[in-house]
Write a protein that binds this ligand. Structure first.
Ligand SMILES: [Fe+2]
Length: 210
């Protein structure tokens, strides 16, 4: 290779090395920034909004954690209700299809109010399917469609589970964590589930021990 060509090749190699090393530097800086962001996200989450409302930071965190667990279960039940609205079959298909339409719309309002309650006590609401599934205590319904009575019974049973859970939270929020507002709020959520469970049971009484 002629010496001029060799010089050009060496020059090009040097430029390439510079570009590669610059890329590595910028990747490193992005990683550091991501790390900082992750760390700052953690600190924001655990430090909350530092509200000065007469509830200790520790107590408001416990209330928020419990509300986020309720939120996860609400989301699972919402998805299941939608699933059954779509896939339900049987003699009463049309009536149950419309009935479940009402029910999932009610659950959507509950989900929104629970998430916003988490924000009101100074924390962040869970907002990803993975986190919902990780912390939910209710099981999803996957696989083939079942007969309508079984679907309705499964929904009623999930509402009962949420009623039991929210009932225990009323005292926890009020007495353990000094948060009367959240106790009142979760009482309202429990009553919503009581009403929805009654309507589910009333729609197929012969299958549900009546
Ligand atoms: Fe629909």
């Amino acid at each position: 290779m002629a010496s001029k060509q060799m010089a050009n090749v060496k020059g090009a190699q040097k430029i390439n090395q510079k570009v590669i090393s610059k890329r590595k530097d910028s990747a490193r800086s992005v990683n550091t920034k991501n790390q900082e962001t992750e760390n700052s996200d953690e600190s924001v989450d655990t430090n909350s909004d530092n509200l000065n409302t007469g509830i200790s930071e520790e107590n408001s965190k416990k209330v928020a954690d419990a509300l986020n667990q309720v939120l996860a279960d609400e989301f699972v039940l919402y998805t299941k209700t939608l699933n059954f609205h779509w896939n339900i079959e049987g003699r009463d298909f049309h009536a149950l299809h419309l009935f479940l339409d009402d029910q999932y719309n009610q659950l959507q309002l509950i989900i929104d109010s629970v998430a916003e309650r988490v924000r009101k006590v100074g924390h962040f609401a869970t907002g990803s399917m993975k986190e919902f599934l990780d912390s939910a205590s209710l099981d999803e319904h996957s696989g083939a469609a079942s007969v309508s009575e079984n679907m309705i019974a499964e929904l009623a049973s999930d509402h009962d589970a949420l009623i039991r859970k929210t009932r225990t939270l009323i005292d926890d929020f009020d007495e353990k964590y000094d948060d009367a507002g959240s106790a009142d709020f979760i009482t309202g959520i429990m009553k919503e589930h009581e009403k929805m469970a009654w309507m589910l049971r009333a729609s197929v009484p012969q299958q549900m021990g009546k």
